[in-house]
Design a protein around this ligand. Structure first.
Ligand SMILES: Cc1cc2nc3c(=O)[nH]c(=O)nc-3n(C[C@H](O)[C@H](O)[C@H](O)COP(=O)(O)OP(=O)(O)OC[C@H]3O[C@@H](n4cnc5c(N)ncnc54)[C@H](O)[C@@H]3O)c2cc1C
Length: 463
């Protein structure tokens, strides 16, 4: 597909559609839109458009279709896969000005939002109404609800609460032909249609642009306890997790942090970490209002016993808000801590069946030992979604490709997938066609053609 260049005439037309203030062409102002959070990618857009409403989005898409230039949607730009970068030029369409929470409907427990709302703001607003939006990517305070929908984002709470997909109830969107469409509503159950909502959630901006979203809210737990179990041997941690799941305690988080990850966090945040020479299993338990205190204590005790029985050095309980804040601060600093202290050549978030995490850890250790590249490993153990960072400041591209290929091969061999939450974007594109069933990819391409026949929306991504 040949795209047309962004001429002065086209910029002028975009300004008349979206208003002068909402079109950026100055290179220094566009710099931040040329990168995301993935290492070493830089694609300068020809223009950045910051629409303020649905009508402007619709008109912009219609214009891009008629003039044949790409539109790359952008939320908070926290993608770790190059997802919001305009790899084939054209305009970035940033939703930063469409950031209003339109309604918190307490009687239906639903939120209606513009796509540029920061995810953490949604939960803070829900809290004011005694409600809870539980999906908590570690990028909570910089990613948007539109970006989360486009990547089907998860987070540390997924074990108990699920991912963005599980809360998405409705949307208004514009497809790549410039057609506006709506699906779902403030409804919890819906067997009325084929749920295109769930098809476009996770489509990484390639099928439609979301202009309004409806999310389910839920009840807020009133009490939490965090349990940290340090292990000398990281390979025992999956056994501990399996034992905890057999207790029927319904944990909110079951997270893993290896020794090197903790060391990066300690150096980056300056916080002291007990048992810093160990890898840590972090469990969070939440309790609803009428759950008895003694029952909650029994659960904590049973979890502690399970950890000790599988090789934990000790069991530490954090039950004050200050202790819990310190833990979350450390946990959410991991990405920046690794990048700043050790350097990150790449981070992949492969997903394997939970019963195969131990084998995945062994294979990552083998890959590190045989190539000489050090790793920092952490992530959502309870979901089988492990983040494997190959650290360092530089690596030959050929070596990077080999490391990625071997890592993905291990995950796929164990019955897993290339990504559990970050998506495919640009950085995993070459591996997608290699490890995903070809008949399935043909179907996905047909779906893309239906939504976006001119390949205007986020071209150059996924496949
Ligand atoms: C420190 C850190 C921690 C992270 N932790 C997690 C985590 O725990 N869980 C997790 O899932 N991810 C995590 N991520 C990755 C990232 O935050 C998520 O992928 C997030 O969902 C991206 O949201 P965003 O608003 O930043 O979107 P962007 O990065 O701007 O874009 C992501 C994708 O969404 C598309 N898009 C954006 N808005 C729209 C829209 N309105 N309509 C259509 N398409 C759109 C873009 O084109 C792109 O393909 C983390 C990243 C960082 C840097």
């Amino acid at each position: 597909m040949m795209y047309r260049k962004m001429t002065e005439k086209r910029i002028k037309s975009l300004k008349s559609i979206a208003s002068e203030n909402n079109v950026i062409t100055n290179v220094s102002d566009m710099e931040k839109y040329a990168t995301d959070e993935s290492p070493s990618l830089n694609y300068m857009p020809d223009a950045v458009i910051t629409p303020e409403n649905q009508q402007q989005v619709l008109e912009i898409v219609k214009y891009a279709v008629s003039e044949k230039f790409p539109l790359t949607p952008r939320g908070g730009g926290t993608s770790l896969t190059g997802g919001p970068l305009p790899v084939l030029g054209g305009a970035v369409l940033s939703f930063e000005k469409m950031n209003k929470i339109i309604d918190i409907d307490t009687s239906s427990r639903m939120a209606v939002l513009q796509p540029g709302v920061i995810t953490g703001d949604l939960d803070r607003e829900a809290l004011k109404h005694g409600l809870f939006y539980p999906v908590n990517p570690a990028s909570l305070d910089s990613c948007t609800i539109g970006g989360n929908t486009a990547t089907a984002a998860g987070g540390a709470n997924t074990v108990r609460y699920g991912t963005t997909r599980n809360y998405l109830a409705g949307m208004r969107a514009v497809d790549g032909s410039g057609r506006q469409w709506e699906a779902g509503g403030k409804i919890v159950k819906n067997s009325t249609d084929q749920q295109l909502l769930q098809l476009v959630a996770g489509s990484e901006g390639t099928l439609s642009l979301f202009t309004s979203l409806i999310f389910r809210l839920t009840e807020r737990p009133v009490k939490s306890a965090w349990i940290i179990a340090p292990f000398k041997d990281i390979n025992n941690i999956p056994d501990a997790a399996a034992k905890i799941f057999s207790l029927s305690v319904n944990p909110t988080m079951v997270e893993l942090m290896d020794r090197r990850t903790l060391d990066c966090c300690r150096r980056y945040t300056g916080e002291t970490i007990e048992f810093e020479n160990c890898s840590h299993l972090l469990i969070r338990l939440d309790s609803e209002k009428y759950f008895s205190s003694s029952g909650f204590q029994d659960m904590i005790f049973a979890i502690g016993q399970a950890c000790l029985a599988t090789g934990a050095e000790d069991v530490l309980i954090a039950d004050t808000a200050a202790q819990q804040e310190k833990i979350w601060k450390l946990r959410s600093s991991i990405h920046d801590a690794i990048k700043e202290t050790c350097g990150s050549i790449f981070e992949e978030d492969v997903a394997v069946p939970t019963g195969q995490v131990r084998q995945l850890l062994l294979e990552a250790q083998e890959l590190s030992a045989s190539t000489g590249f050090k790793t920092a490993v952490y992530g959502h153990l309870g979901d089988g979604n492990i983040h494997i960072n190959f650290t360092g400041r530089d690596a030959p591209p050929q070596k990077v490709r080999e490391l990625k290929r071997r890592l993905f091969e291990s995950a796929v061999k164990l019955g897993g997938k290339l990504s559990g939450e970050h998506g495919i974007g640009l950085t995993k594109k070459d591996y997608f066609s290699r490890y995903i069933d070809s008949a399935y990819i043909r179907l996905l391409k047909k779906v893309k053609k239906q939504f976006d026949p001119g390949n205007i929306l986020n071209p150059g991504k996924i496949f």
